[in-house]
Design a protein around this ligand. Structure first.
Ligand SMILES: [Zn+2]
Length: 117
């Protein structure tokens, strides 16, 4: 009898699942399928590779980067006010910039300010 390659549990031949070349039980298979793709190591890797050459930024991401480059470090509220965007828009853009290692947050007392890498 085969065992699940993830949890090591025994597998019935009729409840075998295969994912990325691994034999999995139903539980592990479903768990893998439901994993959010946001923290995919491959995405981090390709984002890093891109940042060395020509980063693919949206216009807003570019404006945020430009602002913190010239006037940073700035708090999120200042960036939002300057660019007329809301906090959610900023956080979404910042997540990408952080991912590409173009922008980072730094502590300033009990506040966080954002600056370039
Ligand atoms: Zn399993």
């Amino acid at each position: 009898m085969k065992n699940c390659e993830k949890c090591g549990g025994p597998l019935d031949p009729d409840e075998l699942y295969e994912n990325a070349g691994k034999i999995l039980c139903e539980d592990c298979f479903l768990e893998q399928k439901m994993k959010p793709v946001t923290c995919d190591p491959w995405a981090v890797y390709s984002a890093k590779r891109l940042s060395g050459t020509a980063p693919q930024l949206t216009e807003l991401q570019f404006r945020i980067l430009n602002l913190i480059k010239t006037e940073g470090p700035l708090a999120a509220s200042e960036i939002c006010r300057r660019l007329q965007i809301n906090e959610t828009q900023f956080q979404n853009c910042y997540a990408t910039l952080r991912h590409m290692e173009l922008a980072r947050g730094m502590r300033d007392g009990d506040k966080v300010r954002y600056t370039v890498f």
